[in-house]
Design a protein around this ligand. Sequence first.
Ligand code: CIR
Length: 253
Amino acid sequence: MPTALIRRPSPRLAEGLVTHIERTPVDLALALDQWQRYVDALHGTGWNTVEVPAIDECPDSVFVEDTMVVYGDVAVIARAGADERRAEAAAAAETVAAQGYRIVRIDEPGTLDGGDVLKIGPTIYVGQGGRTNAAGFQQLRDAFAPLGAEVRAVPVRKVLHLKSAVTALPDGTVVGYEPLVDDPAAFDAFRPVPEEAGAHVVLLDDDQLLMAASAPKSAQLFEGLGYRPVVVDISEFEKLEGCVTCLSVRLRR
Ligand SMILES: NC(=O)NCCC[C@H](N)C(=O)O
């Protein structure tokens, strides 16, 4: 059974960072309910979950994907591009180490957020222009190139993270909402989707895609391609520029 790391929302969630969108009030009770349903959706599709111990003083800690990037047997522990989020990494590192991963850390002056890293087989795209800097990119490449990965930098200026702009279908096609993708030509195969949140898919298995309820037309598009969308409402996390990908770290080894 594959395992996903998750992290319970902080009671201070509503104070989370907002960069590219206007701040709107977050309903904490609704967020907790949505988080539980997200976790239930993972369980319902055959995933085991392991909780990173909660860190109540970090409002954005629920977005656990940003704390690391796993490839092969290595977990690169991120050094957050936003100072406010640096403290999130320590417990996440301990949790993933306990799952049997070797730990490599991004060091100063490098910064990197897991949300900037899109893995498609042995190709790893790293968004630069926001939270991840050139030193962070180079350190990630040094960690994963010896494992056979090809690590490529791509621009990200219009949204928070690379995976706010694009993710990939099981066949490797990159999907994105074109107005928010800096350079669709950077990817070997690109397919536009009709909604911003339609660009965010978590691969649950070869044909099921975890998606946000805010992208019904994209869900239909994917259904037409033969995939099965599993839909969750994550409206309260979207108000903080979160998406389905950032609420977990999938350990597929
Ligand atoms: N990977 C992601 O898309 N993470 C979302 C992080 C949102 C959080 N409010 C932040 O600005 O860091």
